[in-house]
Design a protein around this ligand. Structure first.
Ligand code: NAP
Length: 338
């Protein structure tokens, strides 16, 4: 008798839970958001976003992602940043090629909107920032709590969205890899590209009786890397960050041998797989610097999702001085059928 009672009760409970789960699923399925969706590869700057020729369009009925695990956190995105890599991804020229269709976008800030039952570090309403391989050009995104960072009260949320990839890459490269110390001479290849800068660097080295540049930070590549190598000292370090010029440079290993250079290939995102604590410590340190005013982040352009063509254009046409951002509008566009 007792056993039957339990069984009937547990069947009823199971059915109730199933209905509850189904209604949650229906609710999640029906709740929609705006997202920039890349449906084919191509240049997002060539035509208006959403035109038949454009590789990207703003979907107004993309399903809001459900919590994918017990430790997942869903964030209502406030701002997300454009990086050169996002542009390369849509062009189909990035080292990682996502399956179509995909929502581009990597670093973002926002407000915690929902948490899984085992989340211990965050509460609904917390101000956070994070980064993902894909998916931040949308009103909502999911991440594991281990990848989420509290944004200190004093930090601007748009600045927090601009920080992870760009500042994180430079911080990991300079602090973790090159172990740059005070008194060392750091040069960045975009700075060296200005007319006469190489000759003034040579002059500076001569007048200060220095032996050359200690660390070269190179996000540009091409012939600029070749030029920059002329000012490197014996024992210098080269940080290979990217190829914004479109040309992969050649660093002759015979010269590296003779000059005892160290060449660091640096792929920031891959630390997330191989040494996540390096990324996490780096972002926490950068956020604390931002809160204390030790770093400021210059935002040169801010656009909406539907202006993605202009946002990518600012990067492609080298109009950006600092960061290009997308701000998400939740007032007018987010909707649910429930
Ligand atoms: N390794 C990694 O983990 C990692 C992480 C982040 C970024 N990256 C790479 O780093 C590169 C820069 O990314 P970003 O997001 O910083 O891009 P960004 O904001 O558009 O900056 C690009 C920089 O490169 C300069 N530049 C572009 N084309 C140039 C050319 N032909 N000659 C000289 N300078 C040129 C620009 O100079 P102006 O200001 O004069 O236009 C600007 O300073 C990209 O290749 C990206 O993929 C790599």
């Amino acid at each position: 008798m007792y056993t039957i009672d339990i069984s009937i009760k547990s069947i009823a409970e199971t059915r109730e839970k199933k209905l509850e789960r189904e209604s949650v699923c229906v609710c999640v399925r029906r709740a929609k958001m705006e997202a920039l969706v890349c449906r084919k590869l191509g240049d997002p700057t060539a035509t208006e976003t959403g035109s038949p020729e454009s590789p990207v369009e703003v979907s107004k009925s993309y399903p809001i992602p459900p919590l994918s695990s017990d430790t997942a956190v869903r964030v209502r995105v406030i701002a997300t940043s454009l990086n050169y890599a996002n542009y390369l991804q849509i062009l189909g020229k990035y080292q990682e090629k996502p399956v179509l269709p995909f929502i581009p976008g990597s670093d973002y800030s926002g407000i915690v909107d929902a948490i899984g039952p085992a989340v211990t570090k965050f509460r609904v309403g917390d101000r956070v920032c994070s980064f993902a391989a894909l998916g931040s050009f949308a009103q909502f995104i999911i991440a594991d709590q281990s990848r989420m960072f509290l944004v200190p009260e004093r930090c601007d949320m748009v600045a927090a969205a601009a920080l992870p990839v760009a500042f994180g890459t430079s911080h990991v490269a300079l602090v973790h890899r090159a172990r740059l110390t005070s008194g060392q001479f750091l040069a960045s290849s975009p700075i060296l590209s200005f007319e006469n800068v190489i000759s003034s660097v040579k002059e500076f080295i001569k007048t200060r009786k220095l032996k050359g540049v200690d660390v070269l930070y190179d996000p540009v590549g091409g012939k600029l890397t070749k030029e920059s190598m002329k000012v490197l000292k014996w024992g210098a370090q080269i940080l290979v960050i990217g190829f914004a010029s479109g040309e992969v440079p050649v660093i002759p290993v015979n010269i590296a041998l003779v000059k005892n250079w160290t060449v660091h290939g640096l792929y920031w995102g891959s630390y997330g797989i191989h040494q996540p604590s390096v990324l996490e410590d780096s972002i926490r340190e950068l956020l604390s610097w931002l809160a204390r005013g030790l770093i400021t982040i210059h935002i040169s352009h801010t656009y909406s999702l539907s202006q993605a063509n202009l946002a990518f254009g600012a990067i492609k046409d080298r109009k950006a001085i600092g960061k290009v951002m997308i701000a998400l509008d939740h007032k007018t566009s987010m909707f649910s059928k429930l």
